[in-house]
Ligand binder design. Structure first.
Ligand code: IPE
Ligand code: IPE
Ligand code: MG
Length: 244
């Protein structure tokens, strides 16, 4: 192992979050339907989940479907949920074997019934896994998540002074998870698209033009090595953080 690689492994993020973007454009560039891009994207999910598990990254969150993605053509939406269903069916036993526990971030009430049932089943089946958390953001919207948290606190009868950053965070879908250290977005766009707005306050951002279907283990390691070379200061000076 080179020095560079061992440095990367020493400074692995605890939580990696990914905006898996560029499936549609990947397919269109090949004269294929957008859904072919999503199918290829599902394969990239397998590769990246496996590599994160192998490297020992404790938390991986993947943005699979935003609350805004309902505005897409009905056929595309249907295919996305079918692919998710296929993924759950084919990966559940391997996830269990590898100690990967599934969790869902988002409003599952909006998710088609068969997919919702499969999600519930795999979440239960993998609940004892301690190797890695795989969180899938499905029908997820960051602003709605914060609004829901505020509503929950009010319903619990909290007084204004009881509302803290921690008590609010405990009402988010990510309750109990550490904040993302590294946020990767593939596909060339440089925006958050309503993803983990509260949680990414201090995430390191990594943008790549590689479309999601082409993003493999090597690309992930590149992002991790980029992350390892960064100095995180959390508002302090370089001297205070001993990182420079
Ligand atoms: C990401 O790829 C997948 C989802 C948003 C579900 P896109 O489908 O957004 O691909 P582009 O951005 O159109 O290329
Ligand atoms: C973000 O991608 C959502 C997911 C990756 C699931 P989009 O393709 O929906 O984002 P915008 O519309 O380009 O911002
Ligand atoms: Mg997109």
């Amino acid at each position: 192992m080179t020095n560079h690689q061992s440095e990367t492994l020493k400074k692995l993020p605890t939580h990696v979050a990914v905006i898996m973007d560029g499936n549609g454009r990947w397919a269109q560039a090949k004269d294929l339907p957008r859904t072919a891009g999503h199918r290829a994207g599902a394969e990239a999910v397998r590769v990246v989940v496996t590599e994160c598990r192998r490297l020992g990254i404790p938390h991986l969150t993947l943005y699979a479907f935003s609350s805004e993605n309902w505005q897409r053509p009905q056929l595309e939406v249907r295919e996305l949920f079918n692919l998710l269903l296929e993924f759950l069916h084919s990966e559940a036993s391997l996830m269990e074997e590898k100690g990967i526990s599934l969790r869902v971030l988002g409003d599952v009430r909006g998710v088609p019934l068969a997919t919702r049932a499969a999600l519930r089943h795999v979440v239960q089946r993998t609940a004892r896994g301690t190797g890695m958390t795989l969180a899938l953001a499905i029908n997820y919207g960051g602003r709605a998540e914060i609004v829901n948290a505020a509503r929950q606190l009010l319903r619990e009868g909290k007084r204004p002074e009881d509302i803290t950053e921690e008590s609010l965070a405990a009402c988010l879908y990510t309750k109990g998870m550490p904040d993302p250290d590294l946020l990767i977005r593939t596909g060339g766009e440089q925006r958050l698209s309503n993803f983990l707005l509260y949680q990414c306050a201090y995430a390191e951002l990594y943008f790549t033009s590689t479309p999601w279907p082409d993003f493999g283990a090597e690309h992930l390691r590149q992002a991790l090595s980029d992350y390892a070379a960064r100095a995180r200061r959390f508002g302090k000076t370089q001297e205070q953080t001993h990182d420079g």
